[in-house]
Design a protein around this ligand. Structure first.
Ligand code: AMP
Length: 429
């Protein structure tokens, strides 16, 4: 018996439906905010994907040689592909440019709850604006998706890469060392991060500042930002970073958007390309981020283009589905589903004709194709939660009529075929 490859999953109808539902809401939001969809390949050159991702992701890429001896890899994230596209084909497009992509990604992670080797993301990127309203838009949009899906009590963990960067740069650490420190902080290995910074030659004052910073976090955003500012006064660009985050959060608050945040001074995201505000979304009881994003003004430059400021977010579709399941959020299902059942074989052509007519009016129609008795066919329709059954028999057909059964109410009536759609639509509204 063949099995799925370790870490790969089959999504059965209920799971597939949930996933597509989240995808559909993500797509609706992309339209509401003016993000245009692009589709890039799952397979890219290894060099592109390895260029600017984190060490951790680089090591976990599915990499192989194709038959033409090219070193290729399955994308572990969208951002490199989007950057490639922007640099090669979209560089002269007017700004702002808002791009949306959705699809599967591949990372050779250790499979566990909420961590899969094949997973789906909905990705939003806003190119061309370095202004705080662009960062605010990405946070508000993410908030909007989670709200529209019906999730409750979700929060955003928010920070700014400029805080740590400001301190470490002024302390003389090069980019490589800074990335290593950031990755340790991302994994919450604080003691290791401090030790690395210390070995890299950070001053005692710098170390003390870092240490105190890691403790600062809280839900009262502006109070926390004041506190951070107090502890980093001597690091000018770190202060600028706090001011930038202040402006973003102030804009959101003053716009009336209900975005609940926890500001964390020591928050770092693993990916190397972030330059500004960073965030992750969470629901209570689920210790893994539903999505994450931030500002990456240097990304396009890193991929060989003219500098273009950018801010974006990746929503983890699989994890959002887990959160919906955990919070028992059920999605609305259509009530306009119909099973069409023939009493006798001779009515089958009429059944197909009626099914086509109902579908043309937008109803979801299943034809009974097993040749079962009426009672068995009805029981089967019931089991699958179909709202109506249309029973087509020779006697009723003589008068251009059929029997319509409302499954939930267990009521049935004889209806003229010419009135059938009207009766169903009247009943279902
Ligand atoms: P990242 O690209 O690492 O910033 O991740 C963004 C989002 O993608 C995360 O917040 C998760 O929701 C999702 N994600 C990342 N890795 C995985 C994985 N291995 N399995 C499922 N979801 C993932």
């Amino acid at each position: 018996m063949f099995k799925t490859v370790r870490g790969m999953r089959d999504l059965l109808p209920v799971d597939a439906q949930r996933m597509r539902y989240v995808e559909q809401v993500s797509r609706t939001i992309s339209k509401l905010y003016g993000y245009e969809e692009i589709i890039t390949p799952v397979l890219e050159s290894y060099e592109l994907l390895a260029a600017k991702t984190s060490e951790e992701i680089r090591e976990r890429m599915y990499t192989f040689k194709d038959l033409g001896d090219r070193k290729v890899a399955m994308r572990p994230e969208f951002t490199a592909s989007v950057a490639r596209l922007v640099v090669n084909k979209l560089k002269n497009e007017p700004k702002p440019m808002r791009l949306f992509s959705v699809g599967s990604l591949y990372r050779y992670d250790e499979p566990q709850y909420g961590r899969f080797r094949e997973f789906w993301q909905a990705n939003y990127e806003l190119f061309g604006s370095a202004r705080p309203e662009a960062d605010a838009e990405i946070l508000i949009l993410t908030n909007n998706i989670l709200k529209k899906l019906g999730l409750k009590n979700y929060r955003f963990k928010v920070g700014h890469t400029g805080i740590l960067r400001g301190i470490l740069t002024q302390e003389g650490l090069d980019d490589e060392k800074q990335n290593s420190v950031r990755q340790l902080l991302d994994k919450k290995l604080w003691a290791d991060a401090l030790e690395l910074a210390s070995n890299a030659g950070i001053s005692q004052k710098g170390l003390a500042t870092l240490e105190s910073l890691l403790e600062i976090k809280g839900e009262d955003a502006f109070q926390v930002l004041e506190q951070i500012k107090d502890s980093i006064q001597e690091y000018e660009s770190a202060v600028d970073a706090v001011d930038n985050l202040w402006k973003i959060l102030e804009l959101i608050q003053e716009s009336g958007a209900q975005v609940d945040v926890t500001v964390e001074a020591g928050f770092a995201r693993g990916l190397e390309y972030y330059t500004g505000m960073i965030f992750e979304s969470y629901v209570p009881g689920l210790d893994i981020a539903l999505g994450g994003g931030g500002r990456y003004d240097k990304l396009i430059e890193l991929f060989g283009g003219e500098p273009i400021p950018a801010v974006g977010v990746a929503q983890g579709i699989d994890r959002i589905v887990l959160a919906l399941t955990k919070q028992k959020v059920t999605q609305e299902t259509s009530t306009n589903s119909v099973a069409v059942i023939s009493v006798k074989d001779e009515c089958m052509a009429k059944v197909l004709e009626l099914a086509a007519m109902l579908r043309n009016k937008g109803l979801f129609v299943e034809v009974a194709v097993m040749g079962r008795s009426i009672s068995k066919a009805l029981a089967d329709a019931n089991r699958r939660g179909v709202a109506y059954a249309v029973i087509v028999g020779p006697k009723e057909l003589e008068e251009q009529k059929v029997v319509l059964k409302q499954m939930k109410k267990n009521r049935q009536q004889t209806v003229k075929i010419s009135n059938l759609i009207e009766v169903i639509l009247m009943d279902s509204t």
